[in-house]
Each structure stands twice: as C-alpha cells, then as structure tokens.
Write a protein that binds this ligand. Structure first.
Ligand SMILES: Cc1cc2nc3c(=O)[nH]c(=O)nc-3n(C[C@H](O)[C@H](O)[C@H](O)COP(=O)(O)O)c2cc1C
Length: 216
C-alpha cells in the first residue's frame, strides 16, 4: 500500500538539474516561455502542452487540465465547451491561472491573466482541423453536465454521428471554441538542491515587465 503517511513522507526527489538566474533569462516572459517550452518538447515530458487551468466560480477556485493549442499574439489558447463549468465561471469572472508542470526538467511555469473568447473565425479554423470523431464528440458531449451512465453518453455520440452522416465538413457548434489568456504575471520555477529552488517572476507594470526573485 503506497497511500500511507510513512511512504508519502519518504517520497523525496532531489532537484539538481539546472539553475535559473536573472542573467540567464529573457526580458520578455513570452520569449522565456518559448525557450522552456522548446526544451520541454525535446525532453521526456508527456504532453508538454497540457496545463492546469484554474478559474473561480461561487468564490471558489476550480482546476482542471486542458491543452495549449496555440498563441493569439502572445496569449496562450485552449479550446473547450463554452457551456462547461469553466465556461460559466469565465463568463462571470474572466480571470484565470495556468500551471505547466514539466517534471523531467524539474520545472513549473505559472501564468495569470484575463481570459477572452477567441474570435469565431479562429475557432472555426481550429475546429475544422480536428479529426471527425473529436468534432462529433465536441458536439455530442454536454460538457460538465450530469449524465445518467456511460450508455447515455454513447447514445448521444451515436445520435450525433447519425445526424451528421451526410454533412461534411461538420460546422463548429457555437458553444465550442477557443479562449486566450492575456498574461499579466508569469513565474518560472526551477527545482534546486536543498529545496532552495529558483523562482523568477515577471509582473506587468504598464507596458514593462518587472522581474523579481521569490523565495522558494
Ligand atoms: C491531458 C488532458 C487534456 C485535456 N484537454 C482538454 C482540453 O483541451 N479542453 C477541454 O475542454 N478539456 C480537456 N480535458 C478535460 C478537462 O480536464 C475537464 O475534465 C473538462 O474540460 C471539464 O472541465 P470543467 O467541468 O471544469 O469545465 C483534458 C484533460 C486531460 C487530463
């Protein structure tokens, strides 16, 4: 049994791979993100474009993983159902926090900012590139709503497949599309020895980024 406190207390990894100093980083956090993302792509990281997205609803934070699918200027884009829980939360509170965890590199990146809906034409363009099965799934699934059982879900998929049998290409449903987060805060975290990790943050002050070191 792994889920006992003794086992958990003894799980300990020493982080000794790399360091991060103000002299080593880009002045623009987007460029720094690009450098680290390229390294994550080349590393052993599974799904390096997966990130945890936190939004607020009813005064509580809610987190889930979504996929980075591009950038709108320098703003990370993800796609989802606008009527999902996250969609409703963003409707009433458009601020979000993103967290990339690249464990093989002993790195974490946090990005915060305001989230906007992507232009419909850009969402159309991405939807059209998705495999037909994913398009049908996006239409069939009332994301975040309660479903009776697995069969109900499969029936919804089958009915959608039937409905679009002769329709090609499948049009993007209005309730599915992209969001982009316009960053006003970044933090780059590099694991170091003795838990003395490197944390460098970028805070937007007017048009300039202020770089600060934070205690680990
Ligand atoms: C690796 C991974 C990638 C995912 N990518 C997406 C995605 O890009 N878009 C999405 O809507 N949900 C994605 N999901 C599912 C979400 O985590 C979540 O279950 C779903 O969006 C509903 O979230 P909500 O009820 O908080 O709105 C992904 C889950 C995992 C584990």
């Amino acid at each position: 049994m792994g889920l006992d406190n003794k086992t958990l207390e003894n799980l300990r990894v020493a982080y000794k791979m790399e360091k991060l100093d103000t002299g080593d980083i880009k002045n623009d956090p987007f460029e720094q993100f690009q450098v680290w993302f390229d390294e994550a792509l080349k590393s052993e990281c599974d799904e390096p474009n997966a990130f945890t997205l936190s939004t607020i609803g009813n005064n509580r934070p809610h987190s889930r993983v979504v996929l980075l699918k591009g950038f709108h200027q320098k703003s990370p884009i993800f796609y989802t159902n606008y009527l999902s829980q996250k969609g409703h939360e963003l409707e009433s509170n458009p601020f979000g926090a993103i967290n990339f965890l690249w464990l093989p590199l002993q790195r974490q990146v946090r990005i915060e900012g305001k989230i906007y809906k992507l232009d419909a034409r850009l969402s159309d363009a991405y939807f059209n590139k998705r495999p037909r099965g994913s398009q049908l799934g996006a239409i069939a699934s009332p994301q975040s709503e309660k479903v009776e059982n697995r069969k109900t879900l499969e029936d919804l998929f089958d009915a959608t497949e039937e409905k679009f049998k002769t329709i090609d290409p499948i049009p993007r449903p209005e309730n599915w599309g992209g969001y982009y987060l316009v960053p006003d805060y970044y933090e780059f975290w590099q694991g170091r020895d003795n838990r003395m990790h490197d944390r460098l943050s970028y805070r937007l002050d007017g048009a300039s980024w202020i770089i600060e070191r934070l205690a680990p």
